[in-house]
Write a protein that binds this ligand. Structure first.
Ligand SMILES: [Zn+2]
Length: 339
């Protein structure tokens, strides 16, 4: 008999406490076509309807074998909530932001009075409740949301990267709005049963904006989310895309419990850069997990484990065409790994 439930095991692993073996999870999106076909819950419906969303999240556990359930599968509900245009997506493709909703500070003012009972973010909360009611005693209930910097960028468009350098008043106002949203949304997800929070902030990369702007705009925003989650005993994982090697210390300074790194980061180097944060990753979602074979995935997994990955996982969102057998190979490697 296992010593811990999957829920206890992941919570302990994220806190750096001893566990009997590695939990098998993905902190990034889990939806795939094979899972959709197995459970009958398909994108795009599963991005919008709470029951369908929960059903596809459940398939990550029942079909693939992940020891957690996780929603949602995309990162556009937050921008949609504030009025950005959305391209709906298909069975294989996630929805994406097609137009922006904030030009200047007067637009920020107009958006300050928001209501989390509206829009797709409310349905994500409903899906969390469904999953928590069914699995909350046993499995980690993982919630993810787009982080504040990338949300601001979705709202403002590519002008955002100029704005942080040239218009501090506007950039601060928009970051404050996005952060306030993230804190309230995260709290609501936790109230509905989420016990692990993943901040996906793809463009909040010090590689893109430099250490100084990262320190000024991103760290305080992430810290507010982390503090709010730690108040309710919810650990926080931060995922930023690309080569984050040189910014891992800055990323950790917000207080996050774990950092999810992609395949461009060397795991052993990452481990040497952080103090306490667990390093999660970093199998290439395309070359390894989608295009690879169970054998090649086991090899890549062993490499990440040997390098000291605290949790073996995809380095970014799973590609929808990824075969179950490939994901199962990674799950098996994680489950067989003792620290
Ligand atoms: Zn990524």
């Amino acid at each position: 008999m296992d010593e811990y439930t999957p829920k206890e095991r992941l919570a302990r692993a994220l806190k750096g406490e001893s566990v009997d073996r590695m939990p098998a999870i993905s902190v990034t999106q889990t939806g795939t076509v094979e899972q959709m076909e197995a459970c009958g819950a398909f994108w795009p419906e599963a991005n919008d309807d709470a029951e369908t969303m929960a059903k596809l999240a459940e398939a990550g556990h029942t079909v693939v074998g992940f020891e957690a359930v996780r929603v949602p599968f995309d990162i556009s509900a937050e921008a949609e909530f504030f009025g950005c245009g959305i391209k709906e997506g298909t069975k294989e493709q996630q929805p994406s932001v097609s137009s922006h909703c904030v030009k200047d500070i007067s637009d920020v003012e107009k958006l300050k009075d928001f209501d989390l009972t509206e829009g797709r973010v409310a349905r994500v909360c409903d899906a969390i409740k469904i999953l928590a009611d069914k699995y909350g005693d046993e499995l980690p209930i993982m919630a993810s949301m787009l982080g504040p910097f990338s949300l601001a960028q979705h709202m403002n468009g590519d002008d955002w990267f100029m704005a942080i350098m040239t218009d501090e008043e506007f950039a601060t106002a928009l970051m404050d709005l996005a952060t306030e949203f993230n804190v309230r949304y995260a709290k609501k997800m936790a109230e509905n049963g989420a016990d692990t929070m993943v901040i996906i902030d793809p463009t909040a990369s010090a590689m893109l904006i430099g250490d100084e702007y990262y320190k000024q705009y991103v760290v305080p925003a992430h810290k507010k989310i982390v503090d709010a989650m730690h108040e309710v005993d919810v650990p926080v994982v931060l995922h930023i895309c690309g080569d984050t090697t040189m910014s891992l210390e800055l990323m950790e300074s917000s207080g996050v419990d774990a950092i999810s790194v992609d395949q461009s980061v060397d795991v052993a180097t990452a481990k040497s850069k952080v103090n306490n944060a667990a390093i999660i990753g970093n199998l290439d979602p395309v070359a390894t997990l989608w295009k690879g074979t169970p054998e090649s995935i086991k090899e890549a997994s062993q490499k990440a484990l040997d390098a000291g990955a605290d949790l073996l996982a995809p380095g970014c969102g799973i590609v929808s065409k990824t075969p179950n057998a490939n994901l199962q190979a990674m799950v098996e490697m994680a489950k067989n790994h003792k620290y």
